[in-house]
Design a protein around this ligand. Sequence first.
Ligand code: G6P
Length: 610
Amino acid sequence: MCGIVGYLGNRPALPVLLEGLKRLEYRGYDSAGVAIRTATGFQVCREVGKVAALEAKLGRDVAQYAGSEGIAHTRWATHGVPAERNAHPQCDDHSGIAVVHNGIIENYQTLKKALEQKGHVFTSETDTEVLAMLIGELYEDDLETAVQAALREVTGAYAIVVMCESEPGVLVAARKGSPLMVGLGHEEFIIASDPSAIVAHTQQAFALEDFTVCRLSKEGYRTSNLHNVPVTPKVMQLEMDLEQIELGDFPHFMLKEIFEQPEALRNTLRGRIDTDRGEVILGGLELVGRDLVRAHRVVLTGQGTAWHAALVIEYMLEELARIPCEVQYASEFRYRNPIVEDETVIVAISQSGETADTLAALEEAKMRGATTLGIVNAVGSSIARLTDAGVYLRVGPEIGVASTKAFIGQVAVGALMSIYAGRRRNLSIEASRRLLTELNGIPDLIAKVVAQSASIHDLVAKYVSQENWLFLGRGYNYPVALEGALKLKEISYIHAEGMPAAEMKHGPIALIHDGMPCVFVAPLGSQHDKVIGNIQEVRARGGRVIVVASEGDEEIVPHADEIIRVPACSEIFSPLVTTVALQLVAYHAAVLRGHDVDKPRNLAKSVTVE
Ligand code: G6P
């Protein structure tokens, strides 16, 4: 979703800002812009489309943008269509204030009406212009004071960086509900909504807390709340390094991240498994582990791919720990007056840790007294901070918009949590040892799937012109079918549906026509015979059957038109292996169709609006 970069230092700001915007491109956006303070005042340039389009526009008169202070933005449209007038930075009508903003100002219409009555004239449909105008209206002689005053009138979510024409050498940043970090370089500051735009310059940074305003100048920085009471930020070392966020030899981040999965999973598991004792070590659960073990009910929540991981974890927790579980979309949980009893534990699953729906569900659950746990990738993110405790994925930054290694990490952490709780309830030490030994070996199995990328490419090439696909699975592989369909539609724009294989005959079977690709996720397991029955139902109607099958499963051969082989493993861990095959199916379909895999249309990596 929208991205922010700000720079204040001694170097030319424009290259730093543009490079930062490029690092944020993966988040998804539809227009971009930049404002630089120059000797003759603010120079603003905005353009619809990619950062490259903005660069092309700037290229004509780049000399006009000389200055070492500026703000830049990538916008993912919410209020108003993608258009130059709606792109950021937005200015007030005296051009004295320039603002870049992520999030949504919920009361912008009321504020806008009041400002219009005072004679202000708006040129965009954005809530951000209202904020710029409000800051301008309240400005007397100090930008920080004006920003604090304006934000006291605002409801909603924001991460902002503001410049003021009459205060050279000063940037003011603020945050509520949308991430923003300040990187502390050598005599320079780089502000960004995502650490990936900072790490090329410095590893030292701090994240702004909600309702915090930060004034940056050549003399240093100071942070305060909206009532000017000083707040001390926690400066940290960013763990991310450049190699993790650069492509290397891969054509796309998505492929890089698919290939990284064996190593990513090893990192997730490292130090957390004691096979001798049949024990799982989860430092993050130390304080509230008891609540999980004693829970009467666990509600797993998230959105998108994280929601699919929740479905897998639901089965794991119920099977291994015998705790009643349910999975709810965070967006639904929040507004349905959910039942939260004393022994209810809420587990929020999120790669970014910033998804607005998931955050809101968590706030609701917390308010109702639930114990809240997080399964999160981004260290120090909002969800990680809001939950009572949690377990990090440790899969490294995920840049590809289509989530891959985060899913594997989420399911693996879910498996660890299930064994952890299971051991303390009814799982024998022997069973636990066996499971943990097998889990330790899963990264090697994933490596074998990844190695088949070329043959999966050739298989997909035969079907890539088909516009409708079905993905079917049972048990642990039902969520995998949903995830396979989601991956395909996200990046190849092929219409795909995923469902439990048995559900197909209750309606969707009407869709099946000659040649329609139907992907069955059918590794060896308890429901294998039943899946073969479902395969026959499809074949009888002319569907083309592509099966993700276990190595050594000969029974499947006469039933399949195509087979993708994956190493055999226990049913409970099979999603960690089968999903990887479907990630490659989606990846190759998108590339074969000529789409930009890492920047799919309309999608955002981290959705920070409800
Ligand atoms: C967006 C992304 C999805 C992701 C979902 C949840 O929709 O495009 O890939 O699964 O958000 O994101 P989270 O960061 O909470 O896991």
